[in-house]
Every structure is written in structure tokens, then in C-alpha cells.
Write a protein that binds this ligand. Structure first.
Ligand code: ZN
Ligand code: ZN
Length: 270
């Protein structure tokens, strides 16, 4: 498709509120992804405090219980996914990312993630970038068919280009595993997630620190299942990366301020 046709189909609109973006005032530089109002909201959402470590969410690496159990090294995210009548800027932007094959939003979010991801790597043994690989959580084939896009893949690809770290499509979503994780109970989620992915044949991650990428993490059951597979393929550590976390949001003020807790504790979500 020609570039002109693309801009007619996808005129430059704010990725959150849909308002048409104006070219004026950007000094011929790159057009932003968010309108000024949404950009302000986005910046303030990134500052929401984590209920466990007290840091702004974009600097928090707290793991969910599932990710702790799976032995993940840390979990970086930019914002909390919030449920409410007035969906905040991040929910709308994530919805846009999920349903539109728009590369600019993925590139913007990758730019936002780059520093937090590097900080997480520094805290996780500080491996040289040649020993780091990016892996994404693949979406179900049905969802890709319906929307024409796999948002986690796009996000990981954009991050791979920014950081100069290879993207390895190590995971395959099993056929028939397209059940909505959201609709399941906790135990079902874990069982379902464990069956949902398999390793691509001949995947070799020996000695690698893997950055495992998804768009939203709820309990982390899918990510935990994927992390276990990656460890089996030789990954020395798995660092989780997402745009938004739903889990920490719900734990705010409920969990004690500890980074890691021993497994086998009663869930605070029940
Ligand atoms: Zn906007
Ligand atoms: Zn935290």
C-alpha cells in the first residue's frame, strides 16, 4: 500500500482519544502519538505509586505472585490498567494498539519502555546486550485474524529495533487455546495458561537473559507459563515487560511492601 493511501486510511489521530493531531507546533519533527491533553494524562499515570515498593509504576519492578512462582527476575511496566466508567488514557491506547495495525503507537510505547527495561536489566545481573533476547507472548490465531495484528509481537519488534536486541519468536500459541484468560478463575487460568503455549522447535536460549513482552499483564499466569518454557530452552533469567499491569493495581495498599514473597501463601486476590 502506498504511503498516501495509508495516511488516508489512518489519518494522524491521537492514539487514545482519536482527536486529529495537528502538524503545526512540532517544528517539522515527528508527529506525537498522543494529543497534548492525553500526553499530560499519560505522564501523570506513569507516576501512580506501587502499593508494594512505593515507586512510580514506571520504575517499579515488583512481580505478581504467578511471576514470582515462575522464578522471573523482575517485571517492568509503564502504567496500571484501570477499570472504571471513564477509561483513562492507557486503557484507550491499549485498545487502539490491540485493534489497529498502527506502528506509531507500538514505536512510541517501545520508546517509553526502553529506559525502564534497561534499568531492569542492570538490576538483573547486568548482562551484555549480546546475551539478551526478546520474546513475545503470541496472540491466538483467531484474534490475529480478526484484528489483523499481534500487539505483543509489534511491541517486541519495535523494542528490538530500538535496543538492537534480537527478537526470537520462541513461543507458539497452541491451536484452540484462544479462550479469554480474563473470563477464567485463578486456578483455571493457571491450568489453561500452562497448555496454551509451546516452544518452537530448536529454540536455543542457552545463556540468554530473555525480555518477555506482552501488552497487559493481569495475574501473570500466561507470562509465568511462558517463562517456564523459556527457562527450559536454556534462558538463564526471564525479565517480564508489559505496557500495563492490572495485578499491582489491585494489590495497592493490600500487600506488604516486599518485592518477593515465598510461594504457597494464600492469594490476596481471593
Ligand atoms: Zn488525545
Ligand atoms: Zn512496586
Amino acid at each position: 500500500m502506498r504511503a498516501g493511501a495509508v495516511s488516508l486510511l489512518f489519518p494522524p489521530r491521537c492514539a487514545a482519544c482519536g482527536e486529529l493531531l495537528r502538524f503545526e507546533g512540532f517544528g517539522g519533527g515527528e508527529l506525537p502519538v498522543l494529543c497534548p491533553g492525553c500526553a499530560r494524562q499519560w505522564e501523570s499515570e506513569k507516576l501512580s505509586a506501587c502499593g508494594r515498593c512505593g515507586r512510580p509504576v514506571f520504575q517499579c519492578v515488583c512481580l505478581t505472585e504467578e511471576l514470582t512462582d515462575a522464578g522471573c527476575a523482575g517485571f517492568c511496566k509503564l502504567v496500571y490498567y484501570l477499570n472504571g466508567r471513564q477509561p483513562p488514557v492507557q486503557n484507550r491506547m491499549l485498545y487502539h494498539l490491540k485493534n489497529t495495525p498502527d506502528r506509531r503507537t507500538a514505536a512510541f510505547l517501545a520508546g517509553e519502555l526502553e529506559e525502564p527495561v534497561k534499568a531492569l536489566l542492570r538490576q538483573s545481573g547486568d548482562p551484555p546486550l549480546r546475551d539478551v533476547a526478546l520474546v513475545f507472548i503470541p496472540r491466538s490465531r483467531r484474534a490475529v485474524r480478526q484484528t489483523g495484528t499481534d500487539q505483543a509481537r509489534r511491541l517486541a519488534k519495535a523494542l528490538s529495533m530500538r535496543m538492537g536486541v534480537p527478537l526470537i519468536p520462541a513461543l507458539i500459541r497452541r491451536w484452540g487455546s484462544g479462550r479469554q484468560q480474563k473470563a477464567l478463575k485463578r486456578r483455571e487460568r493457571r491450568q489453561n495458561a500452562g497448555k496454551a503455549y509451546r516452544l518452537r522447535r530448536e529454540t536455543d536460549l542457552r545463556g540468554k537473559t530473555v525480555l518477555l513482552v506482552d501488552d497487559i499483564v493481569t495475574t501473570g499466569a500466561s507470562m509465568a507459563a511462558a517463562a517456564r518454557l523459556l527457562r527450559r530452552a536454556g534462558a538463564v533469567r526471564v525479565c517480564c515487560v508489559a505496557v500495563a499491569s492490572d495485578d499491582c493495581n489491585q494489590s495497592m495498599g493490600v500487600r506488604p511492601p516486599q518485592l518477593r514473597e515465598p510461594p504457597g501463601r494464600k492469594s490476596w486476590r481471593q
